[in-house]
Design a protein around this ligand. Structure first.
Ligand SMILES: Cc1cc2nc3c(=O)[nH]c(=O)nc-3n(C[C@H](O)[C@H](O)[C@H](O)COP(=O)(O)OP(=O)(O)OC[C@H]3O[C@@H](n4cnc5c(N)ncnc54)[C@H](O)[C@@H]3O)c2cc1C
Length: 524
């Protein structure tokens, strides 16, 4: 993917695009993959970087959602379990199985969760990831040696999937590009074009790097802007009612030694009635999440002190070594686009919604990362009807995602350097081989090497230090202090690749360090 050639294609296009998509998160990029693989002419514009919004800030689970089972939302769970299976099949380099243990401290928990998780297995059917089973106290502690042993009776183990959300997003963007789609980051939609018939006939965007304005005529415009959904709808109709409410969820990241295991801990009912996960991820421990209503969406939401304390306190009840504020290597915050309804945000609909405004703007929102493919299929089916496009069938059920490696007979070893790039790993190794300085780690606490930054600039449309350290690698999300220290070498590598000067390097370093401070937690 190269931004300059994407821009050129956009400028040169005279014909209307079949489908223009606003928003480069899981939802929008999923729609781009679906529509392009059906043979449509597709353009996607993202205001910031691909995945800057919620889609890089998830709990990293490809899951049916045990909690939705408890809420009785069987269709959502079944659909998500099926999508979980399809995603592992189409992106084995990015999705792997993860065992979760629900520890039991009361007599009733083993039968209660044991039966519930058997139902979960059953609903997965042929898409199952492994059978759940009851564990003795010893087996539970064997799997989770860091678990609080006092009054522990046993546990239940079940299986779900885990992924790297931003990496999947970039590989989906590359899949869309491989299928012929045009994708632009740093190009916010600034307005919607209305035809003489009153229906939307395209959009305008601005290239934030140069200020250039571009007109994009399109038969159908899809609004996939997550928590920003209503602001885009109001570009066409300033009186549009509110469709989406926002709630935020935070995660704290610690050293691996807090969990000391490749099995995750699942706390099914926290003091506020939610689920808390403590999971191993990229050699670290991630704990989350919360559910706090938010008035207005923002691109960089902040964690509240009470959210941080809540996760620390809940984790401390279950771990032998209670994590403290000074142990937090990074905190990240994501905003859920929830379809408006009655009740607490944790019970609002996690199903996706497709909404058509009187202007013909097609909005898709809600849902989960896990169900992005199904959401995209549904959205493009609607786009075909609404835009009277030719009736092409969906092709994504068996479409390999960029980086797919055939005959992956070994399970993904997270600690194997570059495994997550799948088929692209060899090209990154070749960059490092050609210039051995690029094989060196950019920071001793993280596995990332210079060649990954060069690759990100050359092939993955990384434009800034933040793109390279937050979403092409996950340095910022794993260890904000280490990421801040990587800013300088990363900026110099990007400047060399993108032809930027020293002033750009200095500005990038200071911008990124300011951002990294927001991902840290002040010690007591
Ligand atoms: C805390 C948390 C944990 C989660 N964990 C999981 C999980 O483990 N598993 C799971 O399956 N799901 C999970 N989810 C849900 C999942 O992350 C979301 O459903 C999904 O990421 C939403 O993607 P999206 O594309 O709709 O929104 P976003 O990723 O927010 O994308 C919207 C994009 O639109 C762009 N945009 C906005 N305005 C404009 C404009 N004018 N022009 C161009 N672009 C614009 C934004 O910059 C943004 O990048 C979690 C959600 C949260 C909040």
């Amino acid at each position: 993917m190269q931004r300059e050639s994407m821009l050129r294609r956009t400028r040169e296009r005279r014909e209307p695009w079949d489908i223009a998509i606003i928003g480069g998160g899981a939802t929008g990029v999923g729609v781009a993959v679906d529509a392009a693989s059906r043979g449509f002419d597709v353009i996607l514009v993202e205001a910031h970087d691909f995945g800057k919004g919620t889609s890089s800030r998830s709990t990293k689970l490809v899951h049916g959602g045990v909690r939705y089972l408890e809420q009785g939302n069987i269709p959502l769970v079944m659909s998500a379990l099926k999508e979980r299976g399809l995603l592992r099949q189409n992106a084995p380099h990015l999705v792997h199985d993860l065992a979760f243990v629900v520890p039991n401290y009361s007599w009733w928990e083993a039968p209660f969760y044991g039966i519930g998780l058997k139902l979960y297995d059953l609903l997965a059917g042929k898409y199952g990831f492994g059978a759940s089973k009851l564990l003795t106290r010893e087996e539970t502690l064997e799997r989770l040696p860091a678990l609080e042993p006092e009054e522990l009776r046993g546990g239940v183990v079940y299986y779900d999937g885990q992924f790297d959300d931003a990496r999947l997003l970039i590989h989906l963007a590359m899949t869309a590009a491989d299928q012929g789609a045009t994708l632009l980051n740093y190009c916010p939609a600034t307005g919607l074009l209305l035809g003489e018939d009153g229906y939307i006939s395209g959009l305008t965007v601005r290239d934030s790097e140069t200020g250039e304005e571009l007109r994009i005529p399109a038969r159908i415009v899809v609004n996939a802007t997550g928590v920003f959904t209503d602001s885009v709808r109001r570009m066409a109709d300033p009186a549009a009612d509110q469709l989406v409410v926002t709630s935020q969820g935070i995660h704290l990241v610690f050293d691996h030694s807090f969990l000391k295991s490749e099995t995750a801990l699942m706390v099914p009912r926290t003091s506020d009635g939610r689920v808390l996960f403590v999971i191993p991820w990229h050699g670290h421990t991630v704990a989350g999440t919360t559910d706090t209503p938010v008035d207005a969406p923002s691109l960089e939401p902040r964690a509240l002190d009470e959210e941080i304390d809540f996760i620390l306190e809940t984790a401390a009840r279950y771990l032998t070594r209670p994590p403290r504020r000074e142990d937090v290597l990074a905190v990240y915050v994501g905003l859920r686009p929830l379809v408006k309804g009655e009740g607490k945000t944790s019970t609002l609909s996690r199903d996706h919604v497709i909404h058509v405004d009187s202007s013909g703007l097609l909005t898709i929102t809600g849902g989960k990362w896990t169900t992005y493919r199904h959401m995209a299929e549904d959205c493009v089916d609607h786009a075909i009807t609404l835009g009277r496009l030719r009736d092409e069938p969906c092709r994504t059920r068996a479409l390999h995602i960029h980086g797919y490696i055939d005959a992956l007979d070994e399970p993904l070893h997270e600690d194997e350097p570059l495994a997550i790039y799948g088929a692209d790993a060899d090209a990154i190794r070749a960059i490092a081989a050609a210039e051995p300085a690029l094989a060196a780690h950019l920071h001793p606490d993280l596995p990332y090497i210079g060649a990954e930054i060069v690759w990100a600039a050359r092939e993955e449309m990384a434009r800034t230090v933040e793109d390279a350290l937050a979403r092409r690698t996950r340095a910022l999300f794993l260890n904000a202090g280490a990421a801040a220290a990587m800013a300088e070498p990363a900026a110099r590598l990007l400047a060399r690749e993108l032809g930027r000067d020293d002033a750009w390097v200095t500005a990038q370093i200071s911008e990124f360090r300011a951002l990294a401070r927001q991902y840290t937690v002040e010690a007591d």
